[in-house]
Ligand binder design. Sequence first.
Ligand code: SF4
Length: 292
Amino acid sequence: MKISIDPHSGFCFGVVKAIATAEQALRTYHHIYCLGDIVHNNEEVCRLKNMGMDVVDLQQLQTLQQQQILIRAHGEPPSTYKLAAQNNNTIIDATCTVVLHLQKQVKNGYQQMQEKNGQVVIFGKKGHAEVIGLVGQTNNTAIVISSLEEIEYLNYNIPMRLYAQTTQNLHTYKIIAEAIENKYRQHNDNYDFIWYDTICRQVSNREESLKKFAQAHDVIIFVSGAKSSNGMVLFNICQSVNANSHLVSSIDKIDKTWFAHAQSVGICGATSTPLWLMQTMAEHIQLIVNQQ
Ligand code: SF4
């Protein structure tokens, strides 16, 4: 049986930069705090914990003083920076440049909408760290929608600026943007609606190559943490073309019966999946297949 790792899977440049920033800070300070998991991948979080990086949540941040706090690639709302500064903490900012750019766009859109009595809408996962950071740019006034159905509840009598969380599905986002535009047309000829394509190509560009990779193998092992948004998007793509696709976070989740009649196994993952974990997965599968 042949086992291959998808050459296009693994960390995106935003996560590579965040981890390099964390490692550099650990070499300097020996101990730092990270606000939330640096990637949605427990194995990588454990590796960095062993090097001296502790994960804290927003509540715990309130109790920290004069510490080094790493902000991960997802970014944070302005209130987090303010809170850290109040307690004399030092921010090590690893917000991805793509997310930083989007935060600025949302902030601009918010200023425009304030002048025009309009609304900022974000297509994304409610409660996701990146989305919280984006909503924070609008003084927490932005409306978050997660599906096409939710556009029914928007107000088409006032202007709108629409943005998407960077890891959402581009095709779905375009459908939603066009549906909103149609709603405006039905209400008013002089509508003021602008939508921005803010999807990160590190995720959307992977979709086509991932489809081909999933089609080319009998069994697909998609390695990702359950909390990863882009992991779910990319796993659904694998499943749409290969019913024998399995989402796993660690080697103990592997079921040897999956490989009973397989000639080839493809291993792939999210932008938060480290290459070393996919390699470990490949070695483990080879071992259990040899034992069968
Ligand atoms: S997926 Fe894109 S936006 Fe998100 S961290 Fe990676 S490079 Fe940045």
